[in-house]
Ligand binder design. Sequence first.
Ligand SMILES: N[C@H](CCC[C@H](N)C(=O)O)C(=O)O
Length: 257
Amino acid sequence: MNFFKYQGTGNDFILIDDRDGQFPATDQAYVERLCHRRFGIGADGLILLQNDPDYDFKMVYFNADGAEGSMCGNGGRCIVRFAHDLGLFERETRFLAVDGEHTAVVLGDDISLKMTNVTGIGDRDGLTFLNTGSPHVVQFIDDLESFDVVAEGRAIRYSSTFQPGGTNANFAQVIDDHTVFVRTYERGVEDETYSCGTGVTAVALVAHQQLTMPDPVSIQTIGGNLRVSFSPESDGRFTAIHLIGPAKRVYEGVLTI
Ligand SMILES: N[C@H](CCC[C@H](N)C(=O)O)C(=O)O
């Protein structure tokens, strides 16, 4: 079976064309092994591109621990690039993911991915929490470079407040009046990743609501730059949310395990 490796701002994924439905998707240990950086290909997650009768394709996303995850924004941009590379559409696409319908547009090196609407930004035991397709805590701090993202993120991820599912944890530092630097501890990878698409989306919306940062918000991550545009609604919801940034094929290979 062939596989492809893609990355979006350093969030890296194994992509498999599973339109024939042959991939053993229920074998969690196998997916985990493929994502392992010593025993496998190495990736933050694995994504299947499957057929769907009503859409250009369907995205099935697994975290590096082999379990099916909630929505993945960078993975969403990568599978759009993959579908484009496979010739499934020319400029605009409509696909199905775990959180429902998404549309996306190819803009040169960038993919603009429409994210699910956000119902509001809440407070859970003093922590800012929202769901952008995946659950995210957002915390603004002053010196993000020297911050212990793994220790602090893990404490939030496993705190009783967010059980049983847990949450992703994002730490953000304001760079200027429209730019934020973000580092994320990802559930399911159980480590800091170079970038998290649903996470930076969450940070942008919180930066708008709490710090009046205007649309669009520019985001810096360890793996590169993203932009998030959105429409704030009067009832606290956000619509027309777009995550915009690069997504690239890195290599292709043949599975021998
Ligand atoms: N890397 C992903 C997030 C995956 C979500 C996953 N960590 C979970 O909560 O299941 C992104 O770009 O949005």
